[in-house]
Design a protein around this ligand. Structure first.
Ligand code: SF4
Length: 433
């Protein structure tokens, strides 16, 4: 299974794996020996789309050698009619297509393709239904992804998500609480609550629960030591939520708060529903209430019509907020969105030049924030053996900083105290205390 895109997709892949395991499949990294190859696709940026089509083309040769091998494509791209038609017409070797709302149908789609030798396609554009209790084959044994909402109602003008994942719907609190309790019983220490906008959790539920109230409930669950959430839309970040971050010991002092642009004019055209001033006010409130809070963000460079002055507003926000880290993106046209039709698309060379200048401002700030950690001791959840050295482990602090340190494999899944001795822009190094 090849998964592209965000944590939402990663978690969908865990459900797909869970279902396949329950009907007798075993996961393999070696596509040459696979009986079934699944692409879980992403539509958020052009890059992910191109990568998928490249890889799909490669698999054609494999299918020729092994005609019984099934090829399935799912995820956000398949929710879009034009792309689905392109796959159906151009890639005739694809056997199964399903969408983000029909994951639970996969076993019967496989049956249809394998036994009835029929191409199986199952897509639902929008649905109120939430399928609970799907088996999940989780990637990690100590940290877990937990959906709390699906879909999105915000229609940011650059984004395809509301069109492909449908309107926002929240899971019932009891289902979320039970899932997290079960995870705690299985030894999980950290949960990340997932939603396109977790702050609007509960809006469509009859019981009137808010995201802040849900966090209070989850904070009571024994065994869980860290609660993370993403993504937080600034327009819906409430004082109650800030209070929860401050008061609930398990809720991590880390907020991923996508700013996207520092220009109020660009934000209006992005349909983000907040201004630069409001965003900075929220950040100040967060820093005042939770002094050691880490704030990370997403920034889009080169949105249609972005002037040099608009860009400078973004630079100004970076300097004022002093982000702990940021995901930075070049704006790319997504067909079907309002921004795709806007005039004044920014030439690539201007986007790239602004992007480089933005990183020149951002990276020293991130490094400086990391340098402030030197000599301090942080609890680190050990995630894996380091990719670069077998004797080193990798983990994350509450603030989502990546730390490498010497240690033995049996510490994976434990929370250990690590003293920071050296830092780089993207990671820190330390020693177990
Ligand atoms: S909040 Fe905006 S950017 Fe995020 S998923 Fe919804 S429409 Fe897309």
């Amino acid at each position: 299974m090849l998964t592209y895109g965000c944590q939402m997709n990663e978690h969908d892949s865990e459900k797909i794996s869970g279902m396949l395991t329950s009907i007798g499949y075993e996961e393999t990294d070696d596509e040459n020996n696979a009986d079934l190859v699944i692409f879980n696709t992403c539509l958020i940026r052009e890059n992910a789309e191109l990568k998928f089509f490249g890889k799909l083309g490669e698999v054609k040769g494999l299918k020729r050698k092994k005609p019984d091998m099934l090829i399935a494509v799912c995820g956000c791209m398949m929710q879009k009619e034009e792309i689905r038609q392109k796959v159906l017409k151009t890639f005739s070797f694809v056997d199964i297509i399903f969408g983000t709302n029909t994951i639970h149908e996969l076993p019967s789609l496989i049956y249809n393709a394998e036994i009835n030798k029929k191409r199986s396609v199952d897509i639902i554009d929008n649905t109120e239904l939430i399928y609970e209790d799907m088996p999940k084959q989780r990637k990690f044994k100590y940290k877990a992804l937990v959906n709390i909402t699906y879909g999105c109602d915000n229609f940011c003008t650059y984004c395809v998500v509301p069109y492909v994942r449908g309107r926002e719907k929240s899971r019932e609190p009891i289902d979320i609480i039970n899932e997290v309790k079960a995870l705690a019983e299985d030894g999980y220490k950290e949960v990340t609550l997932l939603g396109q906008n977790v702050n609007s959790y509960g809006n469509n539920l009859k019981n009137g629960i808010t995201f802040a109230e849900l966090l209070y409930e989850l904070n009571k669950i024994d065994g869980i030591e860290r609660i993370r959430f993403m993504t937080s839309h600034p327009k819906d970040l409430t004082d109650d939520l800030i209070r929860v971050i401050k008061e609930c010991d398990k809720v991590c002092n880390h907020v991923h708060l996508p700013v996207q642009s520092g220009s109020s004019d660009v934000l209006r055209r992005m349909n983000r529903k907040y201004t630069k001033e409001h965003y900075l006010e929220l950040v100040n409130k967060l820093k005042k209430e939770v002094p050691d809070v880490a704030i990370t963000t997403d920034i889009i460079v080169g949105f249609p019509g972005e002037t040099e002055e608009d860009f400078q507003e973004t630079i100004d926000v970076i300097k004022k907020v002093k982000y702990d880290s940021a995901f930075t993106f070049l704006y790319s046209i997504r067909e079907g969105t309002t921004a795709a039709l806007m005039e004044n698309q920014i030439p690539d060379e201007v986007k790239h030049e602004r992007f480089d200048r933005l990183l020149d401002v951002l990276y020293p700030i991130v490094l400086d924030k990391n340098q402030q950690c030197i000599g301090k001791v942080y609890p680190v959840l050990v995630e894996s053996v380091s990719k670069t050295s077998e004797t080193f482990l990798t983990g994350r602090t509450e603030h989502f900083r990546l730390v490498h340190f010497k240690g033995s494999e049996d510490l994976i899944g434990e929370i250990v105290n690590v003293k920071i001795t050296n830092v780089k822009t993207f990671h820190m190094e330390g020693e177990i205390e």
